[in-house]
Design a protein. Structure first.
Length: 55
């Protein structure tokens, strides 16, 4: 299982938490003020992502 947050346009590395979890990964944090934030998550063979969260 893995969760990733990335404040797009900044030079910092994305915040990632991954491991062999049984219920949830995270929490993860990024400073997204004034940026768009992309997220992604994976559980087994299933993944999802979005980069439309701007603020």
């Amino acid at each position: 299982m893995e969760v990733t947050l990335d404040a797009l346009g900044d030079s910092d590395e994305p915040s990632v938490d991954s491991g062999t979890y049984t219920s949830y990964a995270g929490p993860v944090y990024v400073n997204g003020r004034g940026s768009c934030v992309a997220w992604s998550g994976t559980i087994g063979n299933t993944s999802a992502s979005d980069s439309g969260h701007c603020g």
